[in-house]
Design a binder for this molecule. Structure first.
Ligand code: IPD
Ligand code: CA
Ligand code: CA
Length: 267
């Protein structure tokens, strides 16, 4: 029997809305905040609760699917064969803790390595970015138009300033002409939101050094559905089970920046 991606998408959205309500309620309560790999890598009781909530729902309804989740309560996924859910219960935990805005729930469903269903729910703004492969992308009930061309001079590019210090694979000065020529730069502190904004045309491109699959899996589906491009900084396809540098944007701008700046410097 063919998989009903529409049903899966509705389930994922219902669960994200339900989790969003619980997260908003949590603003009134005391959070438990811990650090993971370093002092800037935060996790809260809500990250864990939301991941468990989503995983329980997925396991109950789709017991044959695999789940890759940031907080580790999913499966030890070693391959993209079959159907794999990739979830980030709260993307932008630092924003959640410090700012109570600009964080999102990110849920993606891949089948045999191909993105089928993607959603990014901006919890505080109540903006649900969602797509089913081949059916277009939406923000709430509004269809997102196909992305049009933009010149670097008229573009807004999201860049994370940690590039300057934590970048060991590329000379940070490579960014100077890009930052100089573009119209403006932004940094929201949630990769999922930044990718959703690229899909929605609010940002023209997004460049970052190191993301995990749960940070970009849903954003990739949304961006590709509106004709945008997402690769690593060398213009190569993303590894869905490993860490990647990320370069997403409108197709013409992505190509131009790769040719003129990112790859040009390696010639
Ligand atoms: C982080 C955010 C942030 C990105 C980090 C991610 P988290 O996710 O997406 O924008 O720069 O690399 O780890 O930890 O808040 O889910
Ligand atoms: Ca994340
Ligand atoms: Ca997270």
């Amino acid at each position: 029997m063919a998989t009903d991606w529409n049903r899966i998408s509705h389930h994922a959205m219902d669960w994200a809305y339900e989790a969003g309500t619980v997260i908003r309620e949590s603003f009134k309560k005391q959070l438990t905040i811990e650090t993971k790999s370093n002092a800037d890598d935060l996790v809260t009781n809500m990250d864990r609760e939301v991941e468990s909530f989503l995983i329980d729902k997925i396991r109950k309804h789709y017991p044959e699917h695999q789940i890759l989740g940031e907080e580790g309560s999913g499966d030890d996924v070693q391959s993209m064969e079959g159907t794999v859910w990739i979830i980030d219960p709260i993307d932008g935990t630092m924003n959640f803790v410090h700012q109570q805005t600009n964080f999102a729930i990110s849920i993606a469903v891949y089948h045999e390595g191909e993105g089928k269903v993607g959603l990014i729910y901006n919890v505080v703004n109540d903006e649900m970015f969602h797509a089913i492969k081949g059916n277009g992308a939406y923000m709430n009930e509004h269809p997102l138009p196909k992305l049009e061309k933009v010149e670097l001079e008229k573009s807004i590019i999201a860049i994370n300033a940690t590039w300057i210090t934590s970048n060991k694979r590329m000379d940070p000065s490579i960014l100077i002409p890009i930052v100089d020529q573009c119209r403006g730069t932004r940094s929201y502190g949630s990769a999922a939101i930044e990718l959703a904004f690229v899909a929605a045309g609010r940002l023209d491109a997004y460049i970052t050094m190191r993301l995990s699959p749960w940070d970009f899996a849903a954003g990739k589906i949304l961006i590709e559905e509106v004709g945008g491009t997402i690769t690593n900084l060398d213009g190569e396809e993303l590894d869905m089970l490993g860490k990647n540098s990320i370069f997403a944007g409108k197709q013409n701008l992505h190509q131009y920046i790769l040719d003129e700046h990112l790859l040009n410097d390696k010639k």
